[in-house]
Design a protein around this ligand. Structure first.
Ligand code: MRU
Length: 377
C-alpha cells in the first residue's frame, strides 16, 4: 500500500516553499505565479488578474509545462467569470475565453482538458456568483490533483531507480532528462523529476545529465536551477551529447515528461525527445516518460499524424538569451538573411518507450497498458 510518507518536502526556493501558481490568500481575484522567463538569473513572481493576462502568460511562456498550463488555464476561466460577472452573456464569454486559452499552446492536452473541465462544471448554471465560486473551486481542485499526481509519479518512478541502483551495487545512477519536466512545469515535484527528488532524499546517489534543450534552453535554465535548489548533482550537456554518453555506458536511465500521450502510448514531448529515445533504444537503455493522466489524450491513437505540433517564433532559434553585467540580454547568433524553423515538440512512438510512469503506477506504452491502469477510460 502506498503512503505519502517519505515523500520529499515541497520544493523550495532559497529555503522557502513555493508552488508555481497560487491564488492570493487575502484577495482571490489575484492569481500569483512564478515568471519563469527570468530564471535562473532572477526569481520573480507575477500577478494575474484577467483571463487575457493568463492567455499571454501561457502563450509567451511566463509559465510553461503541460500540467502547469492546464492549471493556469483553469484559473483563466475563473478570472474570465470574475471579469464578466455583470454581463448577461457570461456563459458566452467563458466559451470565448476557452477558445483563446486553448489556442495559446496547441500541443499539451492538459490545456484543453482543464478548460473543458471548467466549462463542464458551470454548464447550465446561470447565477454569476455561483459560477465564480464553482470555477474557483474547480481550478483549486485541479491544482491539488496535479500536485498529488506528481507525488504519486514520484513514488512509482522511485521503484525504477531503486531497481537500477540494486543492479549497479549502489553505485551512482546517471539519469538523462530533456527540457524541464520538473516542478516548475507542474505545481510541485515535477513529473520526470519527482522520482529523482525522492531518490535523492532517500540517500540514493543520483546524477542527472541535463539536456540544454535549445532553442529556449529549459534544461540549462530551469531544470539545472531547480535541481540545484534541491541539492541534486547534475551536469548540463549540449543537446547532441546524449547519444555519445549512452554509447559509452554513461546513462543508466532516460526520464522525460510528456505534453500529450495518445491512448496507444505515443508521447509528444519537447523537440529532441525522439532522438533521445532512438539513442536509448539503440543502446538498450531504459527510456521512461512520466505523466499525469491529465496529459493523456484518450481520443487519439496515432501520435505522429494526430497531435498538433506547436510552431514557435523563429527568433527563438536566431537569438540566445543570457545574463551579462547583471542584465538579461539577447544576442543574435545566426546570419541576418537566414531563415529558421522552430517546431516546439516531437512525437516518440510507443515502440521506443520502455514504459510510462503515471499517478496510478507503471505501465507499458500501449493501449492495453494504459487501459489496465485507467479502466474507466
Ligand atoms: O515548451 P514547454 O517548456 O512548455 O515544454 C515542456 C515540456 O516539453 C515538458 O517536458 C512537458 O511539459 C512535460 S512536463 C511536466
Amino acid at each position: 500500500m502506498l503512503t505519502n510518507e517519505s515523500l520529499p518536502d515541497q520544493m523550495k526556493v532559497n529555503g522557502k516553499q513555493y508552488h508555481t501558481i497560487w491564488p492570493d490568500t487575502m484577495n482571490p481575484a489575484i492569481i500569483h505565479c512564478i515568471d519563469q522567463r527570468k530564471l535562473p538569473f532572477e526569481f520573480v513572481t507575477e500577478q494575474l488578474t484577467t483571463a487575457g493576462q493568463v492567455c499571454e502568460a501561457i502563450r509567451d511562456m511566463h509559465l510553461r509545462g503541460a500540467p502547469l498550463i492546464g492549471v493556469a488555464a483553469a484559473f483563466g476561466i475563473y478570472l474570465s467569470a470574475l471579469e464578466h460577472e455583470k454581463s448577461p452573456g457570461i456563459q458566452q464569454e467563458l466559451i470565448r475565453t476557452a477558445g483563446l486559452l486553448k489556442a495559446a499552446r496547441p500541443t499539451a492536452v492538459n490545456l484543453k482538458y482543464a478548460v473543458d473541465r471548467q466549462l463542464a462544471v458551470v454548464q447550465g448554471v446561470q447565477n454569476p456568483e455561483k459560477i465564480i465560486s464553482l470555477l474557483f473551486t474547480g481550478a483549486q481542485n485541479l491544482l491539488e490533483e496535479e500536485l498529488e499526481n506528481c507525488r504519486m509519479i514520484g513514488k512509482h518512478g522511485l521503484e525504477i531507480i531503486k531497481k537500477i541502483c540494486r543492479k549497479k551495487g549502489n553505485e551512482e545512477i546517471n539519469i538523462l532528462t530533456h527540457c524541464n519536466a520538473g516542478w516548475l512545469a507542474c505545481i510541485d515535484y515535477g513529473t520526470a523529476t519527482a522520482p529523482i527528488y525522492l531518490a535523492h532524499d532517500e540517500g540514493i546517489r543520483v546524477h542527472v545529465w541535463v539536456d540544454e534543450t535549445r532553442p529556449r534552453n529549459q534544461g540549462a535554465r530551469l531544470t539545472a536551477w531547480e535541481l540545484g535548489q534541491h541539492g541534486v548533482k547534475h551536469t548540463i550537456i549540449a543537446d547532441n551529447t546524449g547519444g555519445h554518453l549512452m554509447q559509452h555506458g554513461m546513462v543508466d536511465l532516460v526520464l522525460v515528461g510528456s505534453d500529450r500521450t495518445t491512448r496507444n502510448g505515443d508521447v509528444a514531448n519537447k523537440i529532441g525527445t525522439y532522438l533521445k529515445a532512438l539513442a536509448a533504444f539503440d543502446n538498450g537503455i531504459p527510456f521512461y516518460a512520466a505523466l499525469p493522466s491529465t496529459s493523456i489524450d484518450w481520443n487519439t491513437d496515432d501520435g505522429l499524424s494526430r497531435i498538433p505540433i506547436e510552431v514557435r517564433d523563429p527568433d527563438e532559434v536566431h537569438y540566445l538569451e543570457g545574463m551579462e553585467d547583471n542584465m538579461i540580454r539577447k544576442i543574435r547568433i545566426t546570419p541576418a538573411e537566414s531563415t529558421a524553423l522552430n517546431f516546439g515538440f516531437d512525437v516518440t512512438p510507443a515502440r521506443l518507450i520502455t514504459g510510462l510512469i503515471t499517478e496510478k503506477g507503471l505501465c507499458e506504452a500501449s493501449a492495453e497498458g494504459l487501459i489496465a491502469l485507467f479502466s474507466q477510460k
